[in-house]
Design a protein around this ligand. Structure first.
Ligand code: ZN
Length: 293
């Protein structure tokens, strides 16, 4: 497959909606930017993928922030996505390593731990609504399904997967959400459950094997017919800039700025994308003067 995409569609004659997304390149970029360990990559990759799925129903300038405030060694995982298919994020402790689970899989649940999942939606008018639910496993897909059911009363099934190779690079990342719509019968729901239940390998494996989104959907949905309504590109993208970090420096106050000026330079790092911005003494002087106004 050439690039990351998100597809939205229906199935069972319009009685269920689904969202499928390939995020292999998006998660690999996050791994590279933050220099993350495999388990940190899997945790952030799953959360960024789930964030893109939830963000796909937003409009215009709206955005959504998901925070996993677990008691595991990652000490928090954050992702922000918007309606344009852009996502960014970070883990508090990117170098965490844990033994693999007995199944040979990365132990994301132990790395994240248990605690609260906070979901904040920023609307077009600038209002922010935050919902908090307890996490159920720290494995992320289950936590998001629990959030959708308890906070939004929407029953869903979700798959999120990230496959990290021995050399640490990401060779498959993807997500899939399916929700029954009004009119879906018990039989329809069973058909979906039995199809997803018979998948032999995880979604990250399936996306790594697929040459296209069609092929991924065929792997996921087997013989069940589906209809595609929309296709979008998605990717890692941050909103930081030197101008934004200048505002942060101004907000530090005069004393801190004076200290930086006497150091002769300052370096600011964006949490979300790990981009470094340097300010020389002349720039700091100008910022100090701005702070005086
Ligand atoms: Zn940034």
């Amino acid at each position: 497959m050439q690039h990351d995409e998100l597809w939205i569609g229906t199935m069972l004659e319009g009685k269920a909606r689904w969202v499928a997304v390939r995020t292999t390149d998006t998660v690999e970029e996050a791994r590279r930017r933050h220099g993350m360990s495999p388990v940190a990559t899997a945790a952030l990759g799953r959360l960024m993928t789930g964030t893109l799925i939830l963000a796909s129903s937003l409009k215009g300038e709206e955005s959504i922030t998901l925070r996993l405030l677990g008691d595991g060694p990652l000490e928090g995982v954050v992702a922000v996505g918007n309606a344009q298919g852009e996502v960014r994020g970070y883990v508090q402790e990117p170098l965490v390593e844990l033994p693999l689970k007995e199944s040979g899989k990365l132990d994301v649940g132990s790395a994240v731990g248990l605690g609260e999942l906070a979901v904040s939606r920023s609307l077009q008018n600038g209002e922010v609504y935050t919902g908090m639910v307890p996490m159920v496993s720290g494995e992320i897909a289950e936590d998001l399904v629990h959030y959708l059911l308890t906070s939004e009363q929407i029953p869903s099934a979700m798959l999120l997967g990230v496959r990290v190779e021995k050399d640490c690079h990401v060779d498959g990342a993807a997500g899939f959400l399916i929700q029954p719509l009004p009119g879906a019968t018990e039989g329809d729901i069973q058909a979906i459950e039995s199809q997803l239940g018979q998948l032999r390998v995880g979604i990250s494996e399936l996306v790594a094997q697929s040459q296209s989104m069609d092929e991924l959907l065929d792997h996921l949905l087997g013989q069940l017919p589906y209809h595609v309504l929309e296709r979008r590109k998605v990717g890692f993208s941050c909103t930081c800039s030197k101008a934004r970090l200048t505002d942060t420096l101004v907000s530090l106050g005069k004393k801190e700025l004076a200290d930086l000026i006497s150091d002769g330079k300052a370096e600011m790092v964006c949490h979300f994308c790990n981009e470094h911005y340097s300010f020389n003494v002349e720039e700091l002087q100008q910022i100090w003067e701005r702070g005086m106004v």
